[in-house]
Design a protein around this ligand. Structure first.
Ligand SMILES: *Cc1c(COP(=O)(O)O)cnc(C)c1O
Length: 219
């Protein structure tokens, strides 16, 4: 099942990239395995998948160390909110963090990166819908925040990430994020999930975060 799903998604990624005159190799499929057990990760690994996403530090800590030991090329991405008291664990475990969204977190990450020499790829999460309850830097503060990450905290920023409001068509949010990335000289865009990754690819996504289309509906 998981193997078939992955194959179908890869075909659709190739088609969406080609339609947008993009190289499919420039689109990384992040398999979001949150809430699924080690068996699901195992099946995806057997099907050749190497990039995984999790939204909780603790859940990832319990799941990935044996897989990472066996597959040194396993690439683990944190796509959920990060508390500053979990920064140490997150930098130790994750190869990429998609949810940098506030100065305090930027400072904590800069400290931990300097202390350990580990350098996870960092994405700034932008709250493109300006939703009060949602994580992410507000759109009108994002340019200044990106500049502060670079100039005040000395961080290398890989790109931007967004989760559009569920009720909105996603395309305008993806286009907005792409424009912001361009303006800030950022090459990577983490956008698109199971329901809209083809739209995201058309608008420049380099990292799509796909869970249920690979692993099935979450309980
Ligand atoms: C769960 C999650 C996804 C994957 O969602 P699906 O609809 O299952 O593909 C993507 N991004 C984030 C931030 C998530 O929390």
């Amino acid at each position: 099942m998981i193997e078939t799903n992955l194959k179908q998604i890869r075909v659709r990624i190739d088609a969406a990239a080609s339609a947008a005159q993009r190289d499919p190799a420039d689109v990384t499929l992040v398999a979001v395995a949150k809430t699924y057990g080690p068996d699901a990760v195992e099946a995806a690994l057997a099907a050749g998948q190497r990039v995984f996403g999790e939204n909780r530090v603790q859940e990832a800590q319990g799941k990935y160390p044996p897989f990472k030991a066996r597959h040194p090329d396993l690439d683990l991405h944190l796509i959920g909110p990060l508390q500053t008291n979990k920064v140490k664990e997150a930098v130790a475990l994750f190869d990429a963090i998609h949810t940098l969204d506030r100065p305090k977190l930027a400072a904590a990450l800069a400290n931990e990166i300097a202390r350990t020499g580990k350098r996870p790829a960092l994405f700034v999460q932008v709250n493109t819908g300006a939703e009060p309850q949602k994580a992410g830097i507000m759109p009108d503060s994002a340019d200044a925040f990106i500049a502060a990450c670079r100039e005040v905290h000395g961080l290398t920023i890989a790109g931007l990430m967004c989760i559009p409001p569920v009720a909105d068509p996603p395309a305008p949010h993806f286009a907005f994020l792409a424009e912001m990335a361009k303006r800030n000289g950022l090459a990577h865009l983490s956008m698109g999930m199971s329901g809209d990754y083809e739209t995201a690819i058309a608008l420049g996504a380099t990292h799509i975060r796909v869970g249920s289309a690979i692993f099935g509906a979450r309980g």
